[in-house]
Ligand binder design. Sequence first.
Ligand code: FAD
Ligand code: UDP
Length: 366
Amino acid sequence: MKYDYLIVGSGLFGATCANLLNKKGKKVLVIDRRNHIGGNIYTENIEGINVHKYGAHIFHTDYKDVWDYVNSFVVFNRYTNSPIARIGNEVYNLPFNMNTFSKIWEDVFTPEDALRHIEEEKKEITGEPKNLEEQAISLVGRTIYEKLIKGYTEKQWNRDCKDLPAFIIKRLPVRLTYDNNYFNDKYQGVPIGGYTKLIEKMLEGIEVRLNTNFFDDREELSSLANKIIYTGPIDEYFNYSLGELEWRSLKFDTKVFDKVNYQGNAVVNYTGKEVDYTRVIEHKHFEFDTTSPKTVVTFEYPSDYKDGMEKYYTVNDVKNNELANKYKELASKEENVIFGGRLAEYKYYDMDDVIKSAFNTIEGLE
Ligand code: FAD
Ligand code: UDP
């Protein structure tokens, strides 16, 4: 065998495994069907600005070992995500915090004032919230649900909030302090110079073949290594033999504007149905760039997944979770193949959890 490991996919899961195995002295080959490394965290320099090509990525974690690990490759800046929500002609702070509450209800100045409104509005929900709508109303009340959650969520998932699982909204903090930080984690930032630099450093000294689809040459590629780490879609690996898993996709419309500052913030959410996009990203603000004369802005449109598109979000409803579990059964019987990452585990993973899972995977190998 020429290699100890063939790693299918150069995203964060594949790159972390490749880096750790290389450090252990294993011989590794990484392949990716795209024409670049990094998977969905890939950034590309346009007009001197690092553009997040597959959507805004903010690194945030509570794991000290993961934070130390990524910082051993690149320096992270102090970026803290504080999105703005726009609906009609109104602007609100996110996540839901005292700044939001005091603007929604004009008699709110203290946490007690905010709680009074929320408690009053959530009375309509009795018992455990059964779906996303009930969960949202019981967290922040109906006024905020209708202005800042319903439209955004229904655009994002193309489903009624009554038909969506409650857990999706539980990701967002609700705070009774004047704190616009979108995340609760201890560590947060964006790599100076972009995420591609992080992956480049992780893959230093490792052979990488781009534009190489595992399925175009499955036998030949498999014969090169003792073991395979597969990070592509799990149903595709089994040739969709049990049926196709469902995904949500996104369309990104990126424009260069001849102005220094387009929207004054990296992330602006459009929470109403008057526009079809959910988010507008102005990439220069991830790196506090206020000097370059141009700016790169991406409009993000949610979309049903169709052939030829990228698979971005898992649809973790009962039907899809059951199908994913059946595929995981098959995967566990596959000798010398390890399945990991967002696509192969059919899991709504943040970057830090993907790295942590790769740590655990490699630790478990001899
Ligand atoms: P991927 O990045 O998808 O990598 C898989 C790689 O495998 C790809 O490069 C693909 O081309 C390759 N591949 C697949 N099949 C084959 C094949 N047959 N042959 C060869 N190569 C193949 N997380 C955060 O922590 N913070 C954020 O702010 C954040 N924002 C996000 C925004 C969006 C819009 C999305 C979609 C995700 C976001 N995430 C965020 C999650 C983050 O993107 C993922 O956790 C991470 O990128 C997953 O890495 P991965 O290696 O599992 O998958
Ligand atoms: N959400 C919302 N309004 C917003 C932002 C988010 O209602 O302005 C809801 C929406 O249901 C979304 C979920 O919160 O799917 C999780 O948001 P997050 O920003 O974590 O989405 P992701 O990073 O996964 O795209």
